[in-house]
Design a protein around this ligand. Sequence first.
Ligand code: AMP
Ligand code: ZN
Length: 481
Amino acid sequence: MGETTRLRLYNTLTRAKEDFVPIDPANVRMYVCGPTVYDFAHIGNARPVIVFDVLFRLLRHLYGAEHVTYVRNITDVDDKINARAVRDFPGLPLNEAIRKVTETTAAQYHKDTAALGALEPTVEPRATDNIAEMQSLIASLIGSRHAYEAAGEVLFSVDSMPDYGKLSGRSLADNVAGARVAVEAHKRNPADFVLWKQSSPEEPGWDSPWGRGRPGWHIECSAMSERYLGKVFDIHAGGLDLIFPHHENEIAQSRCAHGTAVMANYWLHNGFLQVEGQKMSKSLGNFITIHELLETDKFGGRKWPGEVLRLAMLMTHYREPIDFSVKRLEEALGLWTRWTRWISYYPDAPSIVPEAAVQCLCDDLNTPRLFRELSGVSSVAAGTWEGTHPPDGVVHEADRRTAAGKLRGILELLGVSIEAGQAERDDKVTRQMVAARLAALNARDFARADQIRAELLAQGIQLMDYKDEAGQRRTRWEVKR
Ligand code: AMP
Ligand code: ZN
């Protein structure tokens, strides 16, 4: 890796942007907390999938694809899953019902993430395949007096760890004062959290030295990350809401079990995707699922390609909040249509990844800066470049071709697919927009119709209205070159 492409990442643990130095450049290791599979993922959940996929791709670019290990788990044991199984499959034995819920939800998740252009992680472990590993971690924590049994549970003793709370910057006093944890008599400290809890005969459970039961959520990630990445690894990531308690507790478990100073060297957290200033979440009910966005017309009256959602997400820096809107999707659609169109004019232009583009991503995944870079390259590809005014006032074909290759290279690095036949797919999107405009005209919503016309024009598409023999309003469109 050259001096110019030094990767810097903002580390929640130190609250600073730091040079990224992997433990072993031949095996760069990253863990991202995956979904709890009880329901469709919403587009807020898509944010970490997309953002950390871009990081995965960048690491592969910098260190070589075979030198990066990315683990993203599937949480398939959780009380929310049990509740959903009881609700949706009342006639089935609970374990069978649970299997149905987790299998269908995981399959949907894979479909969704593939449509968003996310690479599959190197390993995707399931909690239920790692119960023995969790039990051995718990046994070692009990052995070293970091955990204790009480009232049928095994609990982690936060008082046993002098610097508990370092990641989130919460002291134990804060936790109690804020009354964020219910005071329960069997806990030595109200902030102690569950590693193992007993299951009733109907509930899913595994035999253990502490009775038939099931693991708490946090221990799952400690066990799975150790199994696939080792006791200390490079990057651990997830959404902002995971900092406390989930990541804090993962750190407590792993560090105390292994006697290490850190669990991972760099902790990365994406900001929230919001709706009218509020975090999109299942509990607030203000969510739209990835599936709905891609496959139905519930949002903005039309289906949105996965690539568009991906770009809409990356227009904002990953640590900033995003306010989600149709307008944002339309903007992303405009960019995607334009960029892929210029690329399709030079289908055999070899893809080039400009150093400047890599540098944008190396600056803590500065995608907004990369988008500015992209729009410069895009205007050259479009032949409308005004940057340094070539002497004859025109952009040469060779320059357009090179720029198209750069566009392709940058979009590939970002994981935005540019398939052969892209032009056809563009046409499909265009047809949908033309139809939406006609519908608006017929409904006398002229503002909306004008807005769509302007959007299309921005993509280089010109509309011509006419009446057919039956006197019906029709629209012809052509690509302005
Ligand atoms: P959950 O299924 O709630 O554990 O969430 C899965 C992942 O999505 C976690 O990394 C969360 O931090 C992340 N997440 C959940 N809601 C949002 C949101 N509104 N914006 C961004 N990330 C989110
Ligand atoms: Zn986790």
